[in-house]
Ligand binder design. Structure first.
Ligand SMILES: [Zn+2]
Length: 268
């Protein structure tokens, strides 16, 4: 059994989590999803052409974890970083994958644990809480940030974090909730990540003023409204960023500098 300090030393990523160039970074996408992976090169090239130079990809089950070491993805090592987790509401996620995630931590393949959390659309809340706590413990042991997926359960998540993991650091992914929820979660060391469903102006203004924010596609999910496509593409990160700049009446260069600094702050 490793003690937690030794685990922390072991965890230091083999290559730095740092992205090589000062570009836009998609903090949440699913590159191992077949819809993206079958055209990986085109997806990445098109995004690169729009100035997107980093992708944090979330792997959520055994077959997706295998992509992390696959040559097809390794070829794009410069651009891709990985998180892995047992999702509360994804049919392919399984509790039996826990040891595989811990192995990836030991092998220093991950920059975060996720997406994990609570999802009120399904009724297995006891299991969700149990697996969430186990993974928060894992993230703490390996000194890794957490990517949270939360649907209709923000207050439950708040209680769990306040009582058990008040020092947790990470991201609330795809955030689009109320001002009150933004305020209470701002008590933690957590950033807010925006996707195509952009929050109300007052919420957006509050989060931009606080300064700890990120941008994501969640591709192939979360298609921008009015898009004729059947699934979301990596290049659509620019749609999210431009829409936010317009809604908040701010300059994209300010958003770019902030998101890059925030990535460095969280992932090193
Ligand atoms: Zn996702």
């Amino acid at each position: 059994m490793l003690n937690s300090d030794f685990k922390k030393i072991l965890q230091r990523p083999e290559s730095s989590a740092r992205f090589p160039s000062f570009g836009w970074i998609d903090t949440h996408c699913h590159l191992s999803d077949e819809r993206i992976s079958k055209n990986l090169e085109t997806e990445i090239n098109e995004a690169n052409q729009s100035g997107i130079t980093g992708f944090i990809s979330l792997a959520l089950c055994r077959e997706e974890f295998e992509c992390i070491k696959h040559t097809k993805f390794q070829k794009f090592n410069k651009f891709i970083r990985w998180c892995a987790g047992i999702h509360p509401n994804y049919e392919k996620s399984s509790e039996t994958d826990f040891d595989l995630i811990e192995n990836l931590c030991i092998e220093k393949k991950l920059i975060g644990i996720g997406e994990i959390g609570l999802d009120g659309r399904v009724t297995n809340s006891e299991w969700q809480q149990k697996i969430l706590l186990k993974q928060l413990e894992l993230a703490t042991n390996y000194d890794l940030p957490v990517i949270f997926h939360t649907v209709k359960k923000y207050y439950d998540l708040y209680k769990i974090l306040k009582n058990n993991f008040p020092k947790i650091r990470g991201i609330l992914h795809g955030f689009n909730s109320s001002l009150e929820i933004s305020e209470i979660f701002s008590r933690f060391d957590l950033g807010f990540s925006f996707k195509a469903s952009i929050p109300k102006t007052e919420v957006l203004q509050y989060i931009l003023k606080r300064g700890y924010y990120f941008f994501e596609t969640d591709a192939p999910y979360a298609i921008p409204p009015d898009s004729p496509d059947e699934f979301n593409h990596l290049k659509n990160l620019m749609w999210v960023i431009n829409s936010i700049a317009e809604k908040a009446n701010t300059d994209v260069s300010i958003l770019k500098e902030r998101q890059y600094g925030n990535i460095r702050n969280l992932f090193g």
